[in-house]
Design a protein. Structure first.
Length: 348
């Protein structure tokens, strides 16, 4: 597929017409195109998600390794990739909607990853039951004997934390406005800042950002966020607080004003957060080491917004995807960061 303004428009039209299905041949085709765009600059490796077994709202192939093109060996052997699939199958239920932490891009030797937030025991048990029944009825993929669908909450979160370590993540950026997500008065998801015991080895950064419900306000405000302000006194958001660990604040090359965050317009709040992320990613490793994980609740609205902004900013600075044109980077970030990772474009 040649990347043109028409192919970009066609891609928007396709994802706008109906919810995406990981098994749809068109979704597979768009995955192929996205991978070819990556491969203009990088050698990539993927794991199989063709039937949505690992996560139904992720692409049919999920990129797990991004290395500069060159005469070097792959990051993972075939055996290691198989082990990674099994590990993810064992810990995917630790995250809401099974949206496990996965690689989005690499900059300055740091992995930039994405996921949903942490799931609650009720969801874990329900999805574990479905996984077990599916394995019994339809059979499982390779290494099925190594997959344990009955792990308890503590074991799941321990494995999830270990997956983050495998991804070399040390800093978790949580965009949720609440500690727990509630539906009909019930806690349906949690977050690392609440479940700090299992995630004590990570720098937990709370950066509250309005959810998809606020996107409509942005649209009705003529796509102008300069005079748009979120009401942080709403029930779901009244406990929201911004928290930047001292280790991160001290490493920032430019001191940013975080104190007035709740009084900022949507534009200024977005600018503060993306500037913070870019500074952290650019910090010399001797001052602040490790990659980052960005997530909201489901990981398909606010998360792709910031992943996409990071990709575009780093491309514009000539730091990543140097062989992509403006049209190609636009196609890649919309297709891969948003649509293939489950953004409900047809409903938004």
């Amino acid at each position: 597929m040649e990347i043109t303004t028409q192919s970009l428009a066609d891609m928007f039209a396709y994802f706008a017409q109906k919810p995406r299905d990981v098994t749809d041949p068109k979704v597979v085709e768009y995955t192929d195109v996205s991978e070819r765009l990556f491969q203009k600059d990088y050698a990539i490796q993927t794991i199989n998600n063709a039937t949505g077994t690992l996560c139904p709202s992720y692409p049919p192939r999920v990129i797990v390794s991004i290395l500069p093109k060159g005469p070097h060996a792959p990051q993972y052997t075939d055996a290691e990739l198989a082990m990674m699939e099994t590990w993810i199958a064992n810990c995917k239920n630790a995250r809401a909607r099974q949206r496990f932490p996965t690689l989005a891009m690499v900059f300055n030797g740091r992995n930039i990853c994405r996921s949903s937030t942490i799931s609650m025991p009720a969801e874990q048990q329900l999805r574990g039951t479905f996984d077990t029944l599916g394995s019994m009825i339809f059979g499982s993929s390779k290494d099925s004997n190594a997959v344990d669908f009955s792990m308890d909450t503590e074991s799941l979160r321990k494995r999830d934390a270990q997956l983050l370590e495998k991804l070399q993540v040390k800093h978790v950026f949580d965009l949720m406005v609440e500690g727990y997500k509630k539906n009909y008065g019930l806690h349906v998801s949690s977050s690392e800042k609440v479940e700090a015991t299992q995630y004590s080895n990570f720098n937990l950064v709370a950066m509250p950002y309005p959810g998809c419900e606020f996107f409509k306000d942005y649209h009705t405000n003529q796509l102008d966020g300069s005079n748009l302000f979120f009401d942080w006194h709403l029930d779901d958001a009244n406990s929201a607080s911004l928290y930047i660990p001292k280790t991160i604040q001290n490493a920032l090359t430019t001191k940013l004003n975080f104190e007035s965050w709740s009084k900022l317009s949507l534009n200024d709040l977005s600018g503060l957060y993306i500037t913070s992320l870019l500074q952290i990613l650019s910090t010399p490793k001797e001052n602040l080491d490790g990659g980052v994980l960005v997530h909201c609740i489901s990981g398909w609205d606010r998360t792709p917004l910031f992943i996409s902004l990071l990709r575009l900013c780093l491309w514009a600075d000539g730091e990543i995807h140097q062989n992509l044109s403006a049209l190609e980077i636009c196609f890649l970030t919309v297709c891969y960061d948003w649509m293939l990772f489950g953004h409900k474009f047809s409903e938004r």
